[in-house]
Design a protein around this ligand. Structure first.
Ligand SMILES: NC(=O)c1ccc[n+]([C@@H]2O[C@H](COP(=O)([O-])OP(=O)(O)OC[C@H]3O[C@@H](n4cnc5c(N)ncnc54)[C@H](OP(=O)(O)O)[C@@H]3O)[C@@H](O)[C@H]2O)c1
Length: 317
């Protein structure tokens, strides 16, 4: 039995789909108090990676853990230290208290314990905990991911739907990223189970092209069917641009925008060499952005008499 933490996230949903499609028995750690539609054919167990006892309980009958639970932003209740670092420490500790021995996690290119960016630093520390665990681990060090629910294309389409005519791009749109389709990343996770070369290794993974942010924006806008003139904002004005865009849906904060100043790429043939398949080119997998494939818009207004706060919106699985 495989336990997946973060099973309702952008990567987790597709990983769960892939594992079940390949015939694996899957248990999902469902973040307590959060409501999502449950995929079919999986066992659901409530828990929180900050709570060791809930993880130990979830790992009964489990031999493999795919650990994907993390946060990209801190809030007044969730810190990088507690969720990204402490959560990974708890996962390792719970595995040691049970019979789970195989750990697969997904980290990010650029995640280092000494990174200047708190998010990347926390993921770097989580990676180090997995490496030092003594377990049979694999860390997939992934390039930026795109697919339904990602942050990158959501940010581009969010800005494009808010601003007419232009799309401002930070750091002159020149930063090189190597987007990997979420379905391909999920395939890598599944193949880790049977690929011995990944045991006790950190494996960098990325898509087949190193694209600039401007290339990515063009492909995203074209898939969405909108035209915007790309405005390449120099790094010296990126902070002002971030403040200006802060009011719009999917806006990135200053740290996130700043972290986009660094190229994050790896060997383009790496996935093929390690996992034996060629990842998709970005233009081929952007159908989810087409206006007719989007879910209906979420309600944004609530009647004045609504006293109990907005209704709980069930995320699509
Ligand atoms: N997306 C990318 O571009 C990208 C690139 C490289 C690496 N990665 C890595 O891939 C992994 C998954 O990323 P993602 O994009 O799928 O993230 P995501 O969409 O933000 O999903 C995060 C998941 O973690 C869960 N979670 C958060 N706090 C939790 C807690 N305390 N206890 C239990 N569950 C908790 C969330 O559940 P709720 O929503 O219910 O809280 C959600 O299911 C992360 O480790 C990330 O660093 C992502």
């Amino acid at each position: 039995m495989i336990l997946v933490t973060g099973a309702t996230g952008c990567v987790g949903r597709v990983v769960v789909e892939r594992l079940t499609a390949c015939g694996h028995a899957v248990k999902c750690l469902w973040h307590w108090n959060h409501e999502h539609l449950a995929p079919r054919k999986v066992t659901i167990i409530g828990g929180d990676t900050r709570n060791l006892a809930s993880l130990v309980e979830a790992m009964e009958d489990v031999d493999t853990v795919v650990h994907l639970a993390s946060i990209r932003r801190e809030t007044h209740t969730d810190s990088f230290e507690e969720v990204n670092i402490g959560g990974t420490r708890n996962v390792v500790e719970a595995m040691k208290q049970t019979r789970a021995t195989r750990l697969i996690t997904v980290s990010c290119l650029g995640a280092e314990t000494r990174s200047a960016y708190p998010f990347l630093r926390s993921i770097g520390k989580a990676e180090e905990i997995a490496r030092a665990s003594g377990l049979n681990f694999t860390v997939l060090k992934s390039a930026v991911v795109y697919g339904p629910g990602d942050w990158l294309t959501a940010w581009i389409t969010g800005v494009a739907s808010a601003l007419p005519f232009v799309l401002p791009l930070p750091h002159a749109g020149a930063t090189r990223l190597q987007p990997i389709w979420v379905g391909d990343l999920a395939a890598c996770v599944e193949r880790c189970l049977s690929t011995r070369a990944t045991y006790r290794q950190v494996v960098p993974v990325g898509g087949p092209q190193a694209l600039t942010l401007a290339d990515i924006a063009e492909s995203t806008l074209s898939a969405r069917g909108v035209r915007r003139r790309l405005v390449r904002v120099p790094s010296s004005l990126t902070r002002q641009m971030t403040r200006f865009l802060a009011r719009y849906r999917g806006a990135l904060n200053e740290q996130e925008m700043e972290s986009l100043s660094h190229n994050r790429t790896t060997e383009t043939g790496g996935v093929h060499r390690v996992f034996g398949f060629a990842p998709a080119r970005m233009q081929a997998k952007l159908d989810y952005l087409r206006p007719d494939s989007l879910p209906p818009p979420l309600p944004v207004r609530f009647p004045a008499w609504w006293q109990a706060g907005p209704p709980r919106i069930r995320a699509r699985s």
